[in-house]
Ligand binder design. Structure first.
Ligand code: TRP
Length: 451
């Protein structure tokens, strides 16, 4: 397919890996993964998560890259270009992007707020009561988290505004390596705490009696979420890729990188939770309560410096992910609705901000509004991770397997047979039959369709 010259492109190989890796590695790995593991039985959750990542990670990521680069289009346009009737797959992605941003930007705002809590020493303690009190006070407030969420959205606007390689790529290049280093330091510290071994056991020793269809669905949903799969995010990013890049290699590296960071976060959080005797089922507060406690054991001053640094890096990891979500509707509005980038960014941000206000208030004033037992904040997360992303993944898998045309798909992922990919036929087989069946089974059992 011919390249259109006015579209953006990634500047370098490393740039793309860091941008796609930056999209994958985010709050999903550091904030969400440890608390889901804590809530869903530790080791058993980890094992199921790893199996699902091994199954869908490479297979689906390569599928998304392939559609994106083949069509050189936004999430909706990519499907439409191949068959007019299938634009709806991209629409599901655009809708999912709004719902994810509707809570992600709020958590990003919490992270920004914690930079300041850390600086002032307000969270320099190992006392669970004080730490959870500080968390509740922030998230249940009617004004503060919305202001922080607004600041966080503004930072995203700043980056997405300046377009693909200038904004997104440059940001990721600087930010990703820093995060890696601090996570390693944290893991070492956490593992050396007295009583940490209990947490390591909890995390690594699977107790399969804990496994229910709900746990499996949660692990699958988390896999989609963490790998940024199922809503054509990697389609959009893939569309900015040059023809000579090796898609196969990228689809191996990005899931590995992402899984490495998630496991690392598990080794930071869970040993500390057990060492301090905190509640492993702390949910969304878990990281915000545990991390400051770990740092405090390094001494108050060092603790302040490191926890400030940590929340700066967490915010940054979050931003490299949320810009990839914002890029989905933005690219769609630009290419399908012919809007300018500025107009697309502004309208997207306004919708996201309104959705964020609702989800934030649902942790306080609006907590009485529930949808199927969940407040609005939790509902956004459930709807996207456990419903829309697996559904999108299922459709994308079928689409690439059956609609794109086997010859086209194979030419695209092997760069017209210049790249060795011996398993290419097996990969297409996975997309056609295995992925759809697995996703469907996980999906239906998790939704309680058969017991
Ligand atoms: N993967 C990111 C994280 O772990 C979140 C994310 C970014 C995402 N882009 C996405 C999730 C697209 C689903 C789809 O924080």
């Amino acid at each position: 397919m011919k390249e259109t010259t006015q579209r953006g492109q990634w500047g370098s190989k490393l740039g793309f890996i860091l941008a796609a890796g930056g999209s994958a590695v985010g709050l999903g790995n550091i904030w969400r993964f440890p608390y889901l593991a804590g809530e869903n039985g530790g080791g058993a959750f980890l094992v199921i998560y790893l199996i699902i990542v091994a199954l869908i990670g490479f297979t689906l990521m390569l599928a998304e890259f392939a559609i994106g680069r083949y069509t050189q289009s936004d999430a909706v346009g990519a499907f439409k270009k191949i068959d007019k009737r299938f634009g709806f797959i991209g629409i599901i992605g655009v809708v999912a992007a709004f719902f994810i941003m509707g809570f992600y930007m709020i958590v990003g705002g919490w992270s920004l707020a914690y930079i300041f809590k850390a600086v002032t020493g307000a969270i320099s303690t190992t006392d669970e009561g004080v730490l959870s009190g500080a968390f509740d006070q922030l998230v249940q407030n009617n004004v503060q988290p919305i202001i922080w969420g607004g600041v966080y959205i503004a930072l995203n606007i700043g980056i997405v505004w300046s377009g693909i390689n200038k904004g997104i790529e440059k940001a990721s290049k600087i930010l990703m390596p820093g995060l890696f280093i601090i996570m390693i330091i944290l893991a070492i510290k956490s593992l050396s705490l007295e009583g940490a071994m209990e947490g390591v056991k909890f995390f690594l020793k699977p107790d399969f009696s804990m496994v229910t269809p709900k746990v499996i669905l949660a692990a699958a949903g988390q896999a989609f979420f963490s790998l940024s799969l199922g809503m054509a995010c990697m389609v959009t990013y893939g569309s900015y890729l040059k023809k000579e890049e090796n898609l196969v290699k990228n689809a191996v590296i990005v899931p590995l990188l992402d899984t490495f960071v998630a496991i690392m976060a598990g080794f930071v959080i869970l040993p500390a939770v057990f060492a301090f005797g905190f509640n492993s089922e702390g949910g969304p507060s878990l990281v915000f309560v545990t991390i400051p406690a770990v740092f405090t054991t390094m001494g108050v001053n060092i603790g302040i410096i490191f926890s400030t640094l940590f929340f700066i890096l967490l915010s940054i990891a979050a931003i490299t992910s949320s810009i990839s979500m914002m890029e989905i509707p933005v690219a769609y509005f630009i290419e399908q609705k012919k809007w300018t980038r500025k107009k697309a960014v502004i309208l997207t941000s306004i919708i996201v901000f309104v959705m964020c206000i609702l989800s934030s208030l649902s942790n306080g004033t609006l907590s009485d509004i529930t949808i199927g037992d969940m407040n609005i904040f939790d509902f956004y997360g459930y709807l996207t991770s456990n419903v829309l992303l697996p559904l999108g993944g299922l459709l994308i898998s079928l689409f690439v397997g059956w609609k794109l045309g086997k010859k086209n798909v194979i030419n695209e992922v092997t760069n017209d047979h210049t790249i060795r990919f011996p398993l290419v036929n097996f990969w297409v087989f996975l997309l056609r039959y295995v992925m759809p069946i697995i996703i469907l089974l996980i999906f239906l059992s998790g939704l309680g369709w058969f017991q």
